[in-house]
Design a protein around this ligand. Structure first.
Ligand code: PLP
Length: 354
């Protein structure tokens, strides 16, 4: 039986994408060869890379606006240091909204002065700091748009003239934004785009080339741009599968269409969390993430019963992260409204039984 997969990452991908990707592993484009046994410089794979890059820019509304899309390796965690390596000359600012921001700050500190502009650590990151000023003398300001672990999401981004870098690993392609307000966006594929192994980096080219340090080739965005994301062997399977997911999204009507579905899913689950006395949300309401809903039982004694009921309903991956506890239901693009409905039914069944 196909499970309802609420895993936070790696996570659910569209079924048709999995089927097409698995076919390509055996026979790619009817060539009699596998996608993963041909040269990455072959015409067929170069087309995949080019299509993936142009789809990424198209979805974000950044085609022909001075941006380049790269598919790199090392995960979003590599971007914590690459962003600083390439952009930080003296001082950068960070909004600390959780574990991932905190890790990004730790890496960046090796390259210059870091100002933690605001932090929500005082309340175990259950909210997004607001009404802060971004200092004007920063090389860049770094944000995490969606906090996968704590279930918070930035709804309004600061207006600033400083270049803005954003880790969108867990909400890329999930909602409409003016993406041109960002100068660098990165996202590990495995949350909303594809399998682990590649990271999408979208860069406005004019922010590069401003630091004086030497940058090793593999960590240098300009090197990757000059080689069209093929400086070395790219993770072909991860890029291909990400391309398929972006095509699936385009066929569905793009970000605008998926955002409507994502809103419905989040509303359905959050209204159950709010109305059912057995559950309590973790994140502050105004900052709740549409991707990762964090919640707890009000009576821990019901845990075993609830867990068993979830298991019987085929619900997978809702255990909370160890730093929050409780539950986390991740509702990425490929998760159906029907799966959220199943979880909500189990939650209201528990109320009836308890
Ligand atoms: C998962 C995640 C990361 C880390 O991604 P890796 O690809 O495992 O390095 C970074 N930032 C956010 C927001 C995440 O959700």
């Amino acid at each position: 039986m196909k499970k309802h997969n609420f895993s936070a990452g790696p996570c659910i991908l569209p079924q048709e994408v999995l089927l097409k990707a698995s076919e390509a592993v055996v026979d790619f484009n009817g060539s009699g060869l596998s996608l993963i046994e041909i040269s990455h410089r072959s015409k067929d794979f170069v087309t995949v890379m080019e299509t993936a890059q142009s789809l990424a820019l198209e979805h974000l509304g950044l085609t022909d606006k001075g941006y380049k899309a790269l598919f790199l390796q090392g995960g979003a965690s590599m971007q914590f240091l690459m962003t600083a390596y390439n952009l930080l000359e003296t001082k950068a600012g960070y909004l600390n909204t959780g574990t991932w921001s905190d890790k990004a700050i730790k890496e960046a500190k090796m390259f210059g002065e870091i100002v933690e502009v605001r932090s929500s650590k005082d309340k175990n990151y259950n909210y997004i700091p607001k009404n802060y000023m971004v200092p004007a003398d920063l090389d860049y300001f770094h944000l995490t748009s969606n906090n996968t672990i704590f279930g918070t999401q930035i709804k309004e981004f600061p207006k600033t003239k400083v270049p803005v870098v954003c880790d969108m690993s867990s909400d890329i392609f999930s909602r409409k934004l003016d993406f041109s307000q960002f100068d660098l966006i990165y996202a590990g594929a495995q949350k909303n785009m594809g399998p682990a192994g590649t990271t999408l980096v979208v860069i406005k080219e004019d922010v590069l080339g401003k630091v004086t340090r030497q940058i090793p080739s593999m960590l240098n965005y300009q090197v990757h741009i000059s080689k069209d994301s093929m400086f070395n062997t790219p993770p072909v399977f991860a890029v291909y599968t990400s391309m398929l997911t972006m095509q699936w999204l385009k066929d569905l009507g793009g970000i605008e269409a998926i955002e409507e579905i994502n809103d419905k899913k989040a509303q359905l689950l959050y209204s159950e969390i709010d109305l059912n006395p057995l559950f309590k949300g973790f994140a502050e309401k105004a900052d709740r993430s549409n991707m990762n809903a964090t919640f707890n039982l009000t009576d821990e004694k019901l845990k075993e019963t609830f867990d068993t009921m979830c298991k019987e309903a085929g619900i997978n991956g809702i255990n909370g992260h160890r730093s929050v506890g409780g539950y986390r239901a991740s509702m990425y693009n490929a998760l159906s409204l029907d799966s959220v409905g199943t979880l909500v039914d189990v939650m209201s069944d528990l109320e009836r039984k308890a």
